[in-house]
Design a protein around this ligand. Sequence first.
Ligand SMILES: [Zn+2]
Length: 434
Amino acid sequence: MNGLVRIVRGRILSFRDDPRLTGASAHRLIEDGAVRIENGEIVAAGDARAILTGAPPDAAIDDWSGKLVMPGFIDAHIHYPQTRVIGSYGAQLLDWLQKYTFVEEQKFADVSHCEAVARFFLDELFRQGTTTACVYCTVHPQSVDAFFAESERRGARMIAGKVMMDCNAPIALADTPQRGYDESKALIARWRGRGRLEYAITPRFAVTSSEAQLEAAGALAREHREAYVQTHLSENFAEIAFVKRQFPWAKTYLDVYARYGLLGPRSLFGHCIHLEESEVVALARSNSIAVFCPTSNLFLGSGLFDKKRLDEASVRVALATDVGGGTSYSMLQTAAEGYKVLQMNGQSWPSLQAFYQMTLGNARALGLQHRIGAIEPGREADLVVLDSRATPAMAHRMESHEGDLAEELFVLMTMGDDRAVRQTYVAGRAVKAG
Ligand SMILES: [Zn+2]
């Protein structure tokens, strides 16, 4: 790949800002455009004719004329050990964990199982056009090693961490405050900043961590300010009641994390559904990120995310699948379900805002907007090629389309899935299998 110039031609669509705040000037569409890629980076993007004229004769040219070429999707919260519990019937959060997830996660004691699932998981993300994800592994350090090793082999920008969990879980999945700290620290030393990899300190949620373990997680966050923190917050009423019993001194669920220094601009809180007003204020003040996981929230019957309330309070928001509580790896399907959740709350979500969120919006939430999330010179060449006529029903629907981009994007998110993803590029390499 070194030295090779690759040109990806198509309808280049990228965001420069949040359309909710800056309207039509937030995006740029070049109908006959092209991206020039060298050494895994975008070096130019513009009119196809100009880019092709300047290309060396031996450049590889991928012609996707008529198809949308966008930055690769970013998934801000997903569990790679849950690929075999996705679609498990009939339980809400706490029972679902006991009955399905905690059983499945025990298999990750076996390294070859970790490696096989990591391969499947990355294949599947790429098939769906997702090029970066914030990933929960299991309590086993080998689950993190396997995931990072496979991500590194594929040149993907990934964020992941070992789950810390020392109570209210099966013995086989429990670490201790000291072990959780030591193992996380060793993983940070081994993987963080290596190639495109970043580490997330990952106490699963307050229910499964003792005060001593949360203290250890807070120490890790203080000692490694470059690392992320990821956990769950206020997903389900039974969970919230459990947390209040376990930490009787806490006024709110978020208080528990705040006490141990786990809030901040690199802290991702999955769900954030049933928030008290003081929690919204604390999320905003600390620049923490609330992660909207619509398919999971519907599937586990957890509740409806109130995006308008968080937007108005200036809380940073990201979008995620939360597989395997979530039911689809597709960020398109995730956006479609997000739209429906907001509809149930009397809110709306224009398609341009949804596509901004899946790309630059999530990149900003992760503080990675200078590396990914946009098609601009200097960004890493993670791209997705989308076909808004991918299925007979989509093609039929698009016959009444009058050239409006917002409408086309809305059809893509409402009806699209992996079939609409024609190709995915990771650091300039085509990676979509099958
Ligand atoms: Zn989750």
